[in-house]
Design a binder for this molecule. Structure first.
Ligand code: BG6
Length: 469
């Protein structure tokens, strides 16, 4: 691009994490059990209610006790923003409690104060891949309408408590995870293990309503707040220029865009209501639901971006599968893959940014992007993660190109600035951090924090507001 493009002043550079993947202390200070606490094998595997198997989420990287040390390291890199989630089960241990748990509220108060002390803007995900387990056991998860009011109470409680400290919020992490991991996304269990779309879309409707109620409550309590949706973006290319392949790609992407369509445009798109009618799916709605969706749409589009996918209608192309954390697609011969088979596609990020902005005309916030890789701790204590620098540099470069295309982007928080437990595989072997955590997938190690090579690289990116890549 010949024009000189710059990141806007105040661009929210930083990193993103989720409570259940790093806090640990899963039963401390009155926290209740969450769905993550019974998912020792990660989000794509069935839960284990016996809790007999070792569960790395229970201890995470002990951020609960070490957050001051970790935030100091984020500040050293020059973070402007830190995206984290509030564990619902720390605030309402059973989900349906009358009163919130003061210890849980105080923990986030202290943590947010620590961020603010370092001039780091807190960005809160209200529900990231977990919910109080009691809401699953007693109510059947999000398919039950009552859960909407418990979420609304949770939302109002945290808006009120952190009203002077938090401006940026997101209602549900990767809300489209419901389709792919219904237990993690919605606390849904199916008798024979076969997914039931009726329950999934009913749960989605309840989350849409809950999200709209949260936008309403958030704007009332904190007038300057910005409340976004968050989707796992999935860009799908047609395998060939065959028109049928193009349509297969479009259909595939609509499974994701449906969620942001409802949350951002404020109504169910016809392609989806037709899908419901064709498949005998009947969404129960209360009077006033459609108005709520229409009146309380999100302020910005938050999304994660890790990879792109390929679709084809041709049976002979179905053989080569590429994996991802939520779903599989076909292999793209033009792309390389990570050690976990995720296809690396920086230009895809530019395309996604343009597509989302064209569709919604609302600011975008890239709240997750990164490379999960095995790191080697050298004898001299260094970690030479050039592959991670290479991945991030290329993606940031394409984000900058998207800004040059005219897309409004609020910020970029890379996933897992400090190594944490993986969501899809529940391991620590797969690392995303600029900060190495000396701990393995079995939970062994000193838990010491070490700066990787990428730490110094990201620091100069932030110092130069994205000029030096
Ligand atoms: C996103 C999730 O889908 O991907 C995160 O929001 C997750 O929670 C991230 O950790 C990376 O996935 P994984 O499976 O490598 O941890």
């Amino acid at each position: 691009m010949s024009r000189s493009v710059q990141f806007p002043e105040g661009f929210l550079w930083g990193g993103a994490v989720a409570a259940n993947q790093l806090e640990g202390a899963y039963q401390e200070d009155g926290k209740g059990l969450s769905t993550a606490d019974v998912s020792p094998n990660g989000i794509m595997s069935p839960p284990d209610f016996s809790m007999e198997k070792f569960n790395l989420y229970h201890e995470g990287i002990d951020f609960y006790h070490k957050y001051k040390e970790d935030i100091a390291l984020f500040a050293e890199m020059g973070f402007k923003a830190f995206r984290f989630s509030i564990a619902w089960s720390r605030i309402f241990p059973n989900g349906d409690d009358q009163q919130p748990n003061e210890n849980g509220l105080q923990f986030y108060d202290d943590m947010i104060d620590e961020l603010r002390r370092h001039n780091i803007e807190p960005v809160v995900t209200m529900s990231h891949y977990e919910m109080p387990l009691n809401l699953v056991e007693k109510y059947g998860g999000w398919k039950n309408r009552q859960v909407v009011s418990y979420y609304e109470k949770f939302a109002k409680t945290i808006f009120k408590r952190y009203r002077n400290k938090v401006k940026y919020w997101m209602t549900f992490n990767e809300i489209n995870v419901l389709l792919h991991a219904p237990f993690t996304g919605g606390g849904l269990l199916f008798k024979d293990g076969v997914k039931n779309e009726q329950d999934i879309y009913q749960a989605a409707h309840h989350q849409f309503v809950a999200s709209a109620l949260a936008v309403k409550a958030g704007h009332e309590e904190i007038p300057e707040s910005q409340i976004g949706c968050m989707i796992a973006s999935m860009i799908t290319y047609p395998y060939s220029s065959k028109p049928e392949d193009m349509f297969a790609a479009l259909t595939q992407d609509r499974k994701t865009l449906f969620f942001s369509d409802v949350q951002s445009r404020g109504y169910y798109p016809t392609y989806m209501t037709n899908y419901f009618a064709d498949n005998g799916i009947n969404i129960e709605m209360d009077t006033g639901d459609l108005e709520l969706l229409q009146d309380y749409t999100v302020d910005y589009i938050g999304f994660s971006y890790y990879m792109s996918f390929v679709a084809s209608t041709d049976p002979e192309h179905q053989a080569g599968k590429a994996s991802g954390n939520l779903f599989e697609g076909l292999k793209n011969p033009y792309l390389e893959s990570s050690e976990w088979g995720w296809q690396i596609d920086p230009v895809g990020l530019r395309t996604v940014c343009n597509q989302l902005y064209d569709r919604y005309q609302k600011p975008l916030f890239i709240v997750e992007n990164g490379l999960g890789a095995v790191d080697k701790l050298e004898e001299d204590g260094t970690i030479q993660d050039d592959y991670r620098i290479d991945y991030l540099r290329k993606h940031i470069y394409e984000m900058k190109n998207a800004i040059g295309d005219g897309v409004e982007i609020m910020g970029y928080t890379s996933w897992g600035p400090i190594d944490l437990v993986s969501a899809s595989t529940a391991e620590l072997k797969k690392r995303y951090g600029f900060i190495y955590v000396d701990k393995d997938s079995e939970g062994k190690g000193s838990n010491e924090r070490l700066r990787k090579k990428s730490f110094y690289w990201y620091k100069q990116v932030l110092e130069s507001n994205g000029e030096v890549l």
